[in-house]
Design a protein around this ligand. Structure first.
Ligand code: R5P
Length: 298
């Protein structure tokens, strides 16, 4: 009889892995890892993987310190006889530098995708930041699935917010806001964003005459410095609207971003692609579906 796939969480990914295992009716294994005094990584797979299909769960919000041990885990699983090794990265890093904007710049999206493709037989992620590249397959040479968080966000908003007005803080967010609007039937608008630097963002909003009395819900894929959401929430306050609910797919929240946003928002919630106190929306069921249908590597 074929064994169920083994879900193997890298450190910090245990909660997501347990939810995924429940949705996939599979087991959760464990990995031991620590640093040697010189900073090198020790890693041991504590669950036998021989003959098993292994799905390693590793969100990549902190890719630089986390990546090498992920590579060791994938290679160890393969050399210990795993039948297949896939990556579940609910947040996928290195999606934004997808071209050289200035001479000499590294196109890190391409390099990162090549390294991941050499280590794994497939990848499942959630709402990767596809901008100039339209699909993961333009970067990754392994079977790749990009789960859309919009249905989960939409269901949360429908259940928790009375008479929402969906607002995207920039034109890129229109795709998420439109998808959520289609599922909830709520009206939506999109702001115009100008970014002058990492922490210097301003937004503009069309007139909202028709939407009085609704609760603004700001929706975006990533909150990193948090300045996009912050500028949007501040503009709503200046317009005399209610404090917004802020809903984000990937809660990176660098530095004091979360605390600052909480001061101007009625509520800040996120999907659990990155473990964070704002997590309120589970992605494991959607990720489990994508894993079940991801094609095998040719
Ligand atoms: C931009 O294109 C994205 O959709 C987000 O709006 C952006 O990454 C948010 O970044 P930050 O929180 O640093 O303003």
């Amino acid at each position: 009889m074929t064994q169920a796939p083994l879900i193997l969480p890298m450190p910090g990914n245990e909660t997501f892995a347990r939810q995924l295992a429940k949705a996939r009716k599979s087991d959760v294994g464990s990995v031991e890892t620590r640093r040697f005094p010189d900073g090198e990584t020790y890693l041991r797979l504590l669950t036998p993987v021989a003959g098993r299909a292994v799905d390693i769960v590793a969100t990549l919000a902190g890719p630089d310190p986390d990546f090498l041990r992920l590579a060791f885990a994938a290679d160890a699983a393969r050399s210990q006889g795993a039948e297949r090794v896939r990556l579940v990265a609910p947040y996928l890093a290195y999606m934004r530098q997808d071209k050289a904007f200035h001479p000499g710049e590294a196109v890190t999206s391409d390099t990162f995708a090549r390294i991941i493709s050499s280590l794994f037989d497939g990848i499942v992620t959630v709402d990767p930041h596809l901008h100039r590249r339209l699909a993961l397959s333009e970067l990754y040479t392994i079977p790749a699935a990009a789960v859309q968080a919009a249905p989960a966000l939409a269901d949360w908003i429908a259940a928790e917010v009375d008479r929402p007005l969906l607002i995207g803080p920039d034109s890129e967010s229109a795709q998420w806001v439109a998808a959520i609007a289609a599922r909830t039937g709520a009206p939506w608008v999109v702001m115009e964003k100008t970014r002058r630097g990492d922490f210097d963002v301003s937004v503009a909003l069309p007139a909202l005459d028709d939407h009085g009395g609704r609760i603004p819900v700001l929706v975006d894929d990533i909150a990193s410095s948090g300045r996009t959401m912050l500028a949007a929430a501040q503009l709503l306050a200046a317009r005399g609207l209610a404090r917004p609910v802020c809903a984000v797919v990937h809660p990176l929240f660098a530095g004091d971003a979360f605390a600052r946003l909480q001061q101007v928002a009625a509520r800040v919630v996120s999907c659990d692609s990155v473990p964070h106190p704002s997590n309120a929306i589970s992605l494991a069921p959607l990720v489990a579906e994508a894993l079940a249908t991801l094609p095998a590597r040719p």
